[in-house]
Design a protein around this ligand. Structure first.
Ligand SMILES: Nc1nc2c(ncn2[C@@H]2O[C@H](COP(=O)(O)OP(=O)(O)OP(=O)(O)O)[C@@H](O)[C@H]2O)c(=O)[nH]1
Ligand SMILES: [Mg+2]
Length: 336
């Protein structure tokens, strides 16, 4: 059994490849071509086991290829395999997140949509949804919100509050993986040919949702502690799955929170959900942070309630974090 990695340790970086129930026969990558012709096989990384990746080749075969522990490869990477050698092809997109200890993780590559999964229980940490949306947009991905466990008592108010905050901005899918309700609109959305990844804190039901969307897979699901309301880091390996109704989805290990990487205060305001209208105007100061500056387009929209006060308060919360990061970076620069 692989030890479960803790937050910040590097997800899915176990010592041995894990054999998953749903995979077909897994072959080791063949030894280097003895003829020396060196024909490379193109494929896609569909699972990352830390010291090995599983590659699905264009011809439909699967192989395990050993990689260095922190090789930088990620699920969704297009690669060329030549014997035991793996060459990564250019990425169209990549999504990174910072963990609660400051470590940076690659979530996925070559995806075009990001599903931010939340549930009434466990409740998302403050700012989590906004940071994930900002990170997605900054990485050129289209974010969407999945509100799982709508069968739970007490989720109606939770759904209403999230709809008010995000409906006008991104697609919102309230559903229940357990009750298999509300899945149709999400299937239709993904069926437009998107490749996406699910991100969410541990225990919100990402793997359960994948199981509901792809009845032929059987990902392990965990239990939520009834006292703390927290999950238990059940998924430790990122895996990519093809939906029979179209589209592909990556199930990722849960985490405690989604931290931003290399997002400036300007990026934050540009991508912040609910601030879309502000993009049509120009603030008096080019480096306006939309706090108290005169001639600020955002403050004007807040005054006219065209930006909800709750959205503005949420922005200030994440801005504080971004500014604290900027100050830390500056201090580190001075020390050098
Ligand atoms: N009531 C209810 N429970 C659900 C639903 N979906 C998932 N669960 C439960 O939530 C718990 C966690 O589910 P998982 O699918 O393992 O959650 P996860 O987000 O993949 O967790 P990690 O792999 O740790 O990140 C399990 O006990 C599921 O049975 C749902 O729609 N309703
Ligand atoms: Mg899981």
């Amino acid at each position: 059994m692989l030890p479960l990695p803790s937050e910040g340790e590097g997800w899915g970086e176990g010592d041995l490849p894990v054999k998953k129930k749903h995979t077909q026969t897994v072959h080791r990558a063949p030894p280097p071509d003895p003829s020396g012709s060196g024909a490379a096989k193109e494929g896609l990384i569909i699972a990352h086991h830390g010291v090995a990746v599983e590659v699905l080749s264009l011809d439909g075969t699967r192989s395990l290829v050993r990689v260095k522990r922190r090789s930088g490869h990620v699920v969704g990477d297009r690669v060329e395999v030549m014997g035991e050698v793996l060459r990564r092809l250019d990425r169209s997109t990549e999504l990174r997140r910072r963990d609660s200890r400051g470590g940076i993780h690659l979530v996925g590559a070559n995806i075009d949509v990001l599903g931010v999964v939340v549930a009434h229980l466990p409740n998302p940490p403050p700012g989590f949804i906004d940071r994930a949306i900002v990170a997605a947009r900054a990485a050129d991905l289209q974010p969407f919100l999945v509100i799982n466990k709508c069968d739970l008592e007490g989720s109606t108010g939770f759904v209403l509050a999230l709809r008010k905050a995000y409906d006008a901005t991104i697609p919102v899918f309230p559903l229940s993986a357990a009750a298999r309700t509300g899945l149709g609109p999400l299937r239709d959305f993904l069926g437009k040919g998107h490749r996406g990844a699910f991100v969410g804190t541990t225990g919100v039901g990402k793997s359960s949702l994948l199981n509901a969307l792809c009845p032929d897979i059987d990902l392990k699901v965990g239990r939520v502690n009834e006292d703390s309301g927290r999950g238990r880091h059940t998924t430790t390996v990122s895996t990519l799955h093809t939906l029979s109704t179209g589209g592909e989805l990556i199930d990722t290990p849960g985490f405690q929170d989604f931290g931003l990487v290399d997002i400036s205060a300007q990026d934050l305001a540009m991508h912040f959900p609910g601030f879309e209208q502000a993009g049509y105007g120009t603030c008096r100061f080019r480096d306006c942070r939309h706090r108290t500056e005169p001639g600020c387009v955002v403050l004007d929209l807040v005054k006219k309630t065209e930006i909800f006060p709750e959205r503005y308060a949420a922005y200030l919360l994440v801005l504080d974090e971004v500014e604290a990061d900027e100050a830390r970076l500056r201090r580190n620069e001075w020390k050098k």
